[in-house]
Design a protein around this ligand. Structure first.
Ligand SMILES: NC(=O)c1ccc[n+]([C@@H]2O[C@H](COP(=O)([O-])OP(=O)(O)OC[C@H]3O[C@@H](n4cnc5c(N)ncnc54)[C@H](O)[C@@H]3O)[C@@H](O)[C@H]2O)c1
Length: 332
């Protein structure tokens, strides 16, 4: 199959593209390579993909809908994996319009792309665990009430789900929304806590721990997330009745307390963390935990990598292969 992957230079976009290319699929990837985090990582992920057969790239902002809709490749696409977004909860307090542009205008542009594309491609798009807000009952089920977001990021992701629901009803576009739960691993994101904690602990710098450390996160190792996403992207969708829009949690179903998470990094780095306890940050939630029974039933999803193994692999990559360490050691 030929896939359009948006956000292809991002963490999850580059890894799903690599997995699809290895399986013999074609990937036409787009990304605007914005500077939300060090663009060197995005360029390096792209260089790795450009070595693989079947990969094409176009630098493009998906919110520029005229350019997106006029892409000559539009009518050749079998499926769309839409991952481009302004991610991050805390940054949405600083730069709200980046979220409106990439997450809302961008998502609508992708829906229009699918509506107009000749092959009526199925759309698989990224939502987020953050839609569950701070008062859903753990483990979070896909049909829980998600009308009480606590950040603009969460509100835009929920808005995407609602736009998708409307387009499924109006135009019969097949769509699957994936609510990812804290995906981490090698080639990951420098703005996320596992990265900045590891970096600071290794340098002997103090880490800021919010809500006095009383938080839990359902950490999902990148390979497990990609297994789930690839199954959705390559198999027939499991829709029931007239519905052509379905949501799935991709998580691990094993929430880890923040202090235990820090201990895991300490063990992997062999260094003790210096901790500054700080109050809860606006926009944050205290706990995330995915109910993954829907993914298990429809796709046989079975996350395997424990936090200890996953953080061990991340710290190994971070200390030996990170881009800053020089080109000789890089491998994707
Ligand atoms: N990593 C996680 O833990 C996590 C959790 C929940 C949801 N998600 C969602 O999964 C998706 C992928 O996340 P990621 O961790 O790979 O993030 P990422 O920031 O590494 O990747 C997103 C990519 O999209 C690109 N992009 C952003 N706005 C764009 C635009 N307007 N036009 C074109 N490209 C644009 C960025 O340059 C980036 O390369 C996002 O939608 C994110 O919100 C991720």
């Amino acid at each position: 199959m030929r896939f359009l992957v948006t956000g292809v230079a991002g963490f999850i976009g580059s890894q799903i593209s690599k997995a699809l290319l290895h399986d013999g699929h074609d990937v036409f990837g787009v990304d605007n390579l914005n500077a939300y985090y060090d663009v060197t990582y995005k360029q390096e992920r792209l260089h790795q993909l450009q070595r693989l057969e079947g990969f094409e790239f176009r630098r493009l902002d998906i919110a520029d809908h005229d350019t997106l809709l006029a892409l000559p490749e539009r009518d050749t696409i079998d499926r769309v994996i839409h991952l481009a977004a302004q991610a991050g909860v805390r940054y949405s307090l600083e730069n709200p319009f980046a979220y409106a542009d990439s997450n809302m205008t961008g998502h609508l542009a992708i829906l229009e792309f699918c509506r107009r594309a000749a092959k009526a491609p199925m759309l698989i798009y990224a939502s987020s665990s953050s839609v569950y807000g701070d008062d859903a009952v753990a483990p979070f089920k896909e049909d829980a009430n998600v009308d009480r977001p606590v950040s603009l990021y969460a509100a835009t992701k929920r808005a995407d789900e609602l736009m998708s629901q409307a387009y499924a009803k109006l135009y019969d576009i097949q769509q699957i929304g994936v609510r990812f739960f804290t995906v981490y691993g090698p080639w990951g994101r420098p703005d996320m806590a596992y990265w900045s904690f590891t970096d600071r602990i290794l340098r002997g710098e103090t880490i800021r721990v919010f809500n006095g450390g009383k938080m839990k996160r359902d950490f999902t190792y990148i390979d497990d997330a990609i297994d789930g996403l690839k199954a959705i992207a390559t198999q027939d969708a499991v829709f029931t009745g007239e519905r052509t829009h379905k949501l799935y949690n991709i998580g691990h179903n094993e929430p880890i307390a923040l202090m235990d998470f820090i201990k895991t990094i300490e063990k992997a780095t062999g260094k003790k963390a210096r901790i500054a306890l700080e109050p809860m940050q606006p926009g944050d939630v205290t706990e995330t935990c995915a109910d993954i029974s829907r993914m298990q039933a429809d796709y046989g999803y079975d996350p395997k990598i424990s936090l200890e193994t996953g953080i061990g692999r991340f710290v190994d990559w971070f200390t030996t292969q990170r881009v800053a360490s020089g080109p000789a050691q890089r491998s994707f």
